[in-house]
Design a protein around this ligand. Sequence first.
Ligand code: PXG
Length: 438
Amino acid sequence: MSDQTRSMESFWMPFTGNRAFKKNPRLVERAEGMFYTTPDGREVLDMVAGLWCCNAGHGHPRIIRAIQEQAAEMDYAPHFNFGHPAAYELAETLTGLTPDSINHVFYTNSGSESVDTALKIALAYQKERGQAARTRLVGRERGYHGVGFGGISVGGIQNNRMQFSNSLIPGVDHLPHTHLLDQNAFTRGTPEHGIELADQLENILDLHHPSTVAAVIVEPVAGSAGVLIPPKGYLKRLREICDRHDILLIFDEVITGFGRLGDNFASQVFEVSPDIITTAKGLTSGTVPMGAVFVSDKIYAEFMSKPGGSIELFHGYTYSAHPLAVAACKATQQVYADEGLFQRAAEMAGVFEDALHSLKGEPHVIDIRNYGLMGAVEMQPIEGQPGARGMDLLQKTFDAGLMVRITGDTIAFSPPLIMEESHIHQAVETLRSILKIL
Ligand code: PXG
């Protein structure tokens, strides 16, 4: 073990091959706008918004100031039986962004907490309204819903489930994923094929009887699994089936929320209103950990309709609506609005799409897909070594001054919404030269 490796041992890093990383670490120390800077002073272009979260770019002065001022004014406030006015004001602002029927928000600290909160609200709602038999949940293959027990149970990523396989929550089924490489490869925007995959929900309901199912949860665009865009009509079809059987539909918009697709939420982009929306990441542009679960009036009213003033939902976090997160979120939302960043994402989507698709025909590239400012380039895995080409590319891109996200052998992009045309060209040309030498 080298001295460097030993000195890094104390930090058990998340979702990382610790031993390989610590032998050859990729460290960043400062960030501004579209760029990170490494400890040895190299600039790295951030084409993934940190980890799909820094939508306003790094180091925005208005957000920094808001956090600093709040830290000086009040460090912490409890929200169990007490309250901080700014949290209620923020809730009004945020629910102004959601579909018309969604006007309530439950604060959390991460996407994983948002997902587990949403699942608990869905299950409790069914009990509250006298449908206690509705205990089942439906997720989707290749779905990523964070790392709580609820999230990995409805999630569909094998690696995230198998170490815990005996302890997943019971009563969960999975829809098939929608990645039809043979039929949809190199599609720009929403793919033509695959709407019928939504009908598999009817089969799952047939198997258990619809009256046993509480909720269906999907990412409108699957992020972690490699940017899987919903086939045309697919999300609407899911909504129709849920409506037909009185089942809640949850959109996990931890990545797709707050401008990523060129509007507030995927719900608006695809014109489908879910009953619950889970968020985090872009909520505060990644500056302070925060998540939020938005629920429909119908759900909120059910909990509030019982007589008496007792606790309606036995759930919450010490840091729900933490003042620093609230301040960061308020400033972030103002920046998004004042700088028109969601429209900017919509306007830049075409440039982003053209640039990404110009990589068609480069070595190893078997698919390119995109929507808004989310995109992916899928590479052919090396035979018998899935993920190896992806890791090789990650290192080479970082060495060449570019940060992307790798999932297996798929390269994912989700640049800050402040991205300029020059940044996407820099990223794509760097990638093109690296693909040729992999
Ligand atoms: N839902 C979705 C849709 C997500 O993308 C979570 C829930 C969980 O959020 P937290 O804040 O608990 O991490 C996420 C997180 C990747 C990657 O590999 C994606 C996420 C997190 C880390 C890595 O692309 N998404």
